[in-house]
Each structure stands twice: as C-alpha cells, then as structure tokens.
Design a protein around this ligand. Structure first.
Ligand code: UT7
Length: 334
C-alpha cells in the first residue's frame, strides 16, 4: 500500500479586516468580551461586491499550493473541497474549482463536515492515494461566513466568532511508509445536530415558508448552543488526539506541532494544558482570522510551515471538532 504526504500548501484571505472595535459599532459587543471568551482580535470578512466567494478563495489558495508543490493543474488527479458555506446549494464548490483552474475533467467532491471538514477531506484524499487510485490530490477548505451571519446584537454570540478564508494542500503518493499521513480518525454524533446548525433554507423548510413568516423566522442564521458545544469540544479534541497517538504507539510528549481547529483560543489552551504542551508545540492564529471552520486547520498549517515551525520528521497532529457533531484527527510524520 502507498502512503500520502503533503507537498504543497497555500492559503488566501480576503483583504478586509474587521476588528472587535468595528463590530462594537454595529452591535452591542466589545473588544474585552470577545478577546476574553474567544481570543479573537480581528477577522477577515469579504467586502460585498468583490469577486471572492468560497469557491473563488479556494481556487486562489489551490493555485498557490499547486505551484509550491512544483506541479501544474494538469498533474492533479482528483479534488476534494470542504466547506459549510458553498456558493450554491448545488452543485458543490469542487466542480467550480475544476472549472476556475481549467483542469481536465477530473473527479471533484464536496465534503460537508463543517469544522471537521478539512480532517474529513484529508482523510478521504488519503484513502484514494493509499489504495493507488490517484497520485496527486488537491484538498481545499474554504468558508464565506460573513454574508450569512446575523450581524446584530441578537446574533452576537455567533457572528463575532466566524471569519472568511481558504486554504489548500496537495497530497501526493509516496512509497515511504514512515512519512506522510500515518493515520486519520473520524467520528460523528448526529443526535447533537441542532446544537450548532443553520436550519434553513432546506428542502424541509424552503424559502417561501421563510418569506411567509414576514421576518419572524430567522432560522437561516447559524444557531449555536455555545456552552454545550464548548464542553463537548474539549472532551472530543482530547479523545481523538489520544486515539491517533495510541494507534501509532506515540505519546503526547512526541507531538512536535499540534494544529487544532481554530474554534476558540480557550479550547486550544485547555488541550495544551491537559497534554502539558509548550507554546512552541501548539499553533494558533484565531486571534487574526477568527474561526474559519473548514479552512482553519489548513490556513494554520500553512502559516506554521511558512514560519518554519514545522521541520522534516516532525510529528504533526491535526484535530478538529464541530457541528454535527463531528470530530477527527490526522497524524502526520512530516
Ligand atoms: O467551531 C465549531 C465549534 N465551536 C465552538 O467550539 C465554540 C464553542 N463555544 C464557545 O466558544 C463559547 O461558548 C462562546 C464564545 C460562543 C460564548 O462564550 P460563553 O462564555 O459560553 O458565553 P455565553 O454564550 O454563555 O454568554 C455569556 C453572556 C450572555 O449574557 P448574560 O445572559 O450573561 O447577560 C450573552 O448574552 O455574554 C453575552 N454575550 C455577549 N456579550 C458581548 C454573548 N455574545 C456576546 C458578545 N459580546 N459578542
């Protein structure tokens, strides 16, 4: 069996920075509350009227990743796109990227696993490579949250957290089984679907019903039971990291770099303390970008790599938890 390893990384963020002070002008919130509860100082929100969308940002990040992999778009055999904020209800963003990058008619799938989307996407790509079906796979995570948030005081518990952005990597086949993705671990618990969701529009509850409510029905805005999600996140993050380490006969002290999904700095710090990891062993950038859901891990991984915080042979652990609930980890020998 083959193994897969990352050979190119890239990210793209919209230019428009929105600080906590900016938010306090449009809703009843303040910098102290946001920083204390989440660690976030600013996030990027796409300026309406620019070309950026989840698919467009994903394509921009993908171009960088392909170039850094020293490949061309014609070398890519398959494409996996993770997002919870696709440009269209259908078709998915994957096919849009296939078109935007003028790729041949390769297969393209969308993964809908929210904050765990990138972990699920990497794991999916890894399976196709391990079995020998494809050689080079483009894996993208991108989110355009800002146009779908309730940016009033009513929605402040959710809207201050989320940011827009995209990241991508190229996974390639290797015959060296000591390097690359050692294992991936995926979980779900659908009974908590309604704890963090966008309920409509859905086929169950379609647009005319929302219009008929004359503004009463706001189920098209994201809903989150923040404290419940937080409690589950700290437990599941820890479990799935340990599961991955145990599978590979490794210990928490073997971790060189943990890249947690950037859900809340307090969650990352909790996991860091629990495992006794130093600041050098955990990478966070939520302060600058907020929670970019399926894009957060790949943006953080790319930044950590650009800052030379990841070196040859390092043990890199990626982990995520989010809506679904879904959670997962990927264990990588760099
Ligand atoms: O990425 C997917 C996974 N997501 C997560 O893991 C997120 C998990 N949850 C969280 O990160 C936290 O629960 C939040 C950051 C979302 C919220 O923090 P919290 O400490 O759980 O606050 P809370 O929702 O319990 O609200 C506490 C108070 C409330 O006021 P009262 O009822 O105590 O008077 C809220 O109305 O804070 C108020 N509040 C705000 N105040 C200022 C809620 N949002 C804001 C805000 N600014 N933006």
């Amino acid at each position: 069996m083959y193994n897969s390893k990352i050979i190119g990384l890239g990210y793209y963020l919209p230019e428009n920075k929105v600080t906590n002070a900016d938010l306090s002008k449009i809703m009843d919130t303040n910098d102290a509350w946001i920083q204390e509860r989440t660690g976030i100082k600013e996030r990027r929100w796409i300026k309406k009227g620019t070309e950026d969308t989840s698919a467009v940002m994903g394509a921009k990040a993908a171009k960088i990743a392909i170039e850094r992999a020293n490949l061309t778009k014609d070398d890519i055999d398959f494409l996996v796109f993770a997002t919870l904020s696709p440009d269209y209800f259908f078709p998915g963003c994957g096919v849009q990227v296939q078109d935007m990058l003028e790729m041949s008619t390769i297969g393209a799938i969308d993964i809908r696993n929210q904050c765990s989307g990138f972990i699920y996407a990497m794991s999916t790509a890894d399976q196709f490579i391990k079995t020998g079906m494809y050689k080079n796979i483009l894996v993208i995570g991108a989110e355009y949250h800002s146009n779908g948030l309730d940016k009033t005081t009513r929605g402040r518990g959710v809207s201050v957290i989320f940011g827009d952005g995209a990241g991508a990597c190229v996974l390639t086949r290797t015959e060296d089984n000591t390097k690359g993705i050692l294992s991936s671990h995926l979980h779900s618990e659908g009974k908590y679907a309604e704890k963090l969701m966008v309920k409509s529009p859905s086929i169950k509850h379609w647009v005319p019903e929302i219009i008929a409510s004359k503004g009463e029905d706001i189920s098209y805005f994201p809903y989150m039971d923040g404290q419940f999600v937080f409690k589950n996140a700290v437990t599941r993050f820890s479990q799935v990291i340990l599961e991955g380490l145990e599978k590979n006969n490794l210990k928490t002290s073997d971790i060189d770099m943990l890249i947690p999904h950037q859900a809340n700095l307090r969650i990352s710090q909790f996991v860091q303390r629990k495992f006794g990891l130093s600041d050098d062993q955990v990478f966070n950038n939520i302060m600058k970008y907020g929670n970019t859901t399926a894009a957060s891990i790949i943006i953080a991984l790319t930044e950590a790599w650009e800052q030379q915080k990841i070196k040859e042979n390092n043990l890199v652990v990626l982990a995520a938890f989010g809506s679904g609930f879904t959670w997962g980890s990927v264990i990588i020998r760099w």
